[in-house]
Design a binder for this molecule. Sequence first.
Ligand code: 3PG
Length: 394
Amino acid sequence: MATKKSVGSLTEADLKGKRVFVRVDLNVPLDDNFNITDDTRIRAAVPTIKYLIGYGAKVILASHLGRPKGVMPKFSLKPLVPRLSELLGVEVKMANDCIGEEVVKLVSELPAGGVLLLENVRFYKEEEKNDPDFAKKLASLADLYVNDAFGTAHRAHASTEGVAKYLKPSVAGFLTQKYLAEFDTNFNRFSILNLFNQYPTVIESLLEKVDLLLLGGGMIFTFYKAQGHAVGSSLVEEDKLDLATSLMEKAKAKGVSLLLPSDVVAADKFAADANSKVVPASGIPDGWMGLDIGPDSIKSFSEALDTTKTIIWNGPMGVFEFDKFAAGTEAIAKKLAELSGKGVTTIIGGGDSVAAVEKVGLAEKMSHISTGGGASLELLEGKQLPGVLALDDA
Ligand code: 3PG
């Protein structure tokens, strides 16, 4: 991918008093009380914002949170304001919308060095449709554009791609730049540990470059069911059963060894205080659901990982938010940390895996931590990211 112009090339003369539209990826996990359970993505956005306010720019922050269908208050970005303000050392203003009169007024009131956070851009369906009129409305708020939302750069949406057409210069933020540099290092062959919810779109082309594919997490039950196993009340994507079958066949044809867990920790309900037992993956009893991989799987996965040189980990092994079902994810995180120490390249891609390694305090031990799972995988596949392509060349 051609080198893109960096925010670091903009000087005080370019920025002082200018309105800068900054697309960040503040898609952080929130608990039921709207507490942020992992702030990695907010912290990752700080260097670019601080650089801009340091030169007296007026920063307009845009992000999505989750996948809302229309305006849904539980996907509001408002709960992020205190933490963002704390990390930036400035009082971040919050808009109730991302376009419209109120937003225009708030932007006009922004002082040099001020920061305004717009409400979730995905409250408008036009965002994901990359609607040109919507992109123009977003662009009309600002003088120039910075894309620092690496985690969303694989989406051609209005705030990640469309807006770049109407603002000059359009540059890459420090986070985007960092990941582009790290992931452009030609990882020719690698092993993949889990694919979270990315598998329908990415797995086929990835198979060309993959030696070993270990699957854990919620997607495995679709694969079990496709093989005719009893899955109890585990999560199954019925519409992906054929896809799972064809992927297993393709992996076999390409000589990729695809490993599914041999046992799972099953629960009688989806709750932290559920009763649990280890059962063979080939027969989850009626009324029980798999929420983690079992001890035999941890052992066989660890042994398989011993044979790898480059590992990409995308997604936890189980419901690690509940202590009872965190053992698989924690054991794998420890295994990856151990392998990093032996010179294996360990790439942690995606919010949930990052949250998992943060939780066990092992993030520092990994070779690369990416806050964007889908975007990193697409880059590793050799795809171009629309949010990056739209930016000015260096
Ligand atoms: C992510 O969580 O991977 C990014 O924020 C992108 O989110 P999306 O998959 O909903 O586009």
